[in-house]
Write a protein that binds this ligand. Structure first.
Ligand code: BTN
Length: 255
């Protein structure tokens, strides 16, 4: 067992090797709220089948952070995506509190964190039982953060804390994240998504620039105009705006 100093609202389950902490978190969550309460953190040292958004693989060797937070908030389906913005702000702040000065951290739509314009962290939000007007039984907030290593074969450039010269441990990142998540969750509960959205926009990259968004079967191009109230990207294509709810974002002026 590692001696982690997490705020007392969390219930930590620490594991060595799992297929995917999101998968393990779902198994635990389905045991019910009595034994697995809101705020349970599944943390593994390694994953054999780490999963990213849109069915992608998430490279998961030892040395990086793989964690899934089990949440049981009273929110309906359309609001649950807001949690990934709360998590992105929390990762942003955790890195800001830990890193040496002179580095750029950004939130990248929809659920990534960039360090010096390369992806260092991704978020995978999954839920069960949510209906349009019924809260989910649970929401799993999966977070991967590259600390010692990063995959070389990604379509968007990746990096890790160590390769950017940061001497930070997995434990330090998890402790810093857990503290800032508590703080941003309170902001969300007290001030609603508008405050989260505004704070995310201040820390984001690419607003007002030409972008490409890769969907399952096509690529959309246009100007990244804004983020809607539900977290959708607003793309301006020759004066016409359209909402994009899922996809991979690429910047036209970078590489
Ligand atoms: C993405 O950017 O595509 C999201 C990546 C999310 C990866 C994390 S690692 C911990 C948790 N377990 C998984 O299998 N995936 C998430």
């Amino acid at each position: 067992m590692t001696n982690l100093n997490l705020p007392s609202v969390y219930n930590l389950i620490e594991l060595d090797l799992v297929k995917s902490t999101n998968l393990t978190a779902k198994e635990f969550a389905s045991k019910g709220e009595e034994s697995i309460p809101d705020g349970t953190i599944i943390w593994a040292r390694e994953q054999s089948d780490g999963r990213g958004r849109r069915g992608k693989y998430w490279s998961s060797p030892k040395g990086n952070l793989y964690t899934s937070l089990i949440l049981r908030p009273e929110i309906i389906l359309s609001e649950s995506a807001q949690l990934s913005f709360v998590a992105a702000l929390s990762i942003y702040d955790a890195l800001g509190n830990l890193g040496p000065p002179g580095h750029q951290v950004h939130c990248k739509w929809p659920n990534d964190i960039l360090l010096n314009e390369k992806k260092v962290s991704g978020i995978l939000l999954e839920s069960e039982g949510a209906l349009a007007n019924k809260p989910a039984d649970w929401i799993i907030l999966g977070i991967g953060l590259n600390i010692e290593s990063y995959p070389q074969d990604t379509s968007f450039p990746s990096t890790s804390l160590h390769s950017e010269g940061w001497n930070t441990s997995v434990e330090e990142v998890l402790m810093a994240f857990s503290r800032s998540f508590l703080s941003w969750s309170n902001t969300w509960l007290e001030s609603g998504f508008s405050s989260i959205r505004q704070n995310w926009l201040w820390r984001s990259i690419g607003i007002g620039t030409m972008i490409k968004v890769e969907l399952d079967n096509k690529i959309l191009e246009g100007v990244f105009e804004d983020i809607a109230d539900d977290g959708a990207l607003i793309l301006n294509q020759n004066g016409k705006t359209r909402r994009v709810t899922a996809g991979d974002l690429f910047f036209s002026n970078v590489k």
